[in-house]
Design a protein around this ligand. Structure first.
Ligand code: GDP
Length: 197
């Protein structure tokens, strides 16, 4: 897919104020610092589109970016802040879960996983929640340039194995590096395929 345009549309703290659900959208989510903003900028080819390295625990926003005038990248707040209070975590859960559960135009949840780490409980729990809700998702392993391809493959295999304890089959997986533009065609190709049905 060629990205002809990518524009920031809005930031929301309220579900009721989201754009009308008339265009397909893809929600990007992962632990804080997983490389989500960098990935969105790499996919769109626009460096400052998503703000990188936001301070954890700040206002939780849902950001909509309109791509080629016909589909949205949705940047969801990162999860797993160690220093956030319990009540803030609960607010986060409610806000995001409501969005994911109710958004009619949501096509797929793009779950970002740090390719350097062994399966993390919070990521597995989130995938299991998506599974329970029957939401379609894929896994995007980030920062693959930080280690050897063999090590990345091992992380992916471990994550798939962990998922197979609760899922019958594993979702599609993408290996990416925003630093090296790795995985861009694959992720955009997947979105293009879903968009065209
Ligand atoms: P976010 O909090 O998930 O939006 O993560 P950011 O995109 O802000 O990235 C967090 C940190 O990881 C920043 O210092 C980035 O420069 C770095 N980073 C993100 N993606 C990559 C990548 O593909 N390779 C490398 N080497 N560093 C990355």
């Amino acid at each position: 897919m060629v990205i002809k345009s990518a524009e920031f549309i809005c930031s929301n703290t309220q579900i009721s104020k989201l754009p009308p659900p008339v265009k397909p959208e893809y929600a990007f989510i992962g632990r804080s610092n997983v490389g989500k903003s960098s990935l969105i900028n790499m996919l769109t080819g626009k460096k400052g589109l998503a703000k990188t390295s936001q301070t954890p625990g700040k206002t939780q926003l849902i950001n909509h970016f309109l791509i080629n005038d016909n589909w949205y990248i949705v940047d969801l707040p990162g999860y797993g802040y160690a220093r956030v209070s319990k009540s803030k975590k609960e607010d986060w859960n409610k806000f995001i879960q409501t969005y994911l559960d109710k958004r009619e135009s949501l096509q797929c949840v793009m779950v970002l996983i740090d390719s350097r780490l062994d399966p993390q409980k919070i990521d597995l729990e989130f995938c299991n929640w998506l599974g329970e809700k029957g939401l379609a998702f894929v896994l995007i392993f980030t920062k693959a340039d930080k280690q050897s391809a063999v090590k990345t493959d091992q992380t992916v295999a471990k994550f798939k194995k962990a998922l197979l304890t609760t899922f019958d089959e594993v979702p599609q997986c993408f290996i990416t590096s925003s630093e090296e533009q790795l995985g861009r065609d694959e992720v955009l190709g997947f979105i293009s395929q879903v968009n065209t049905g």
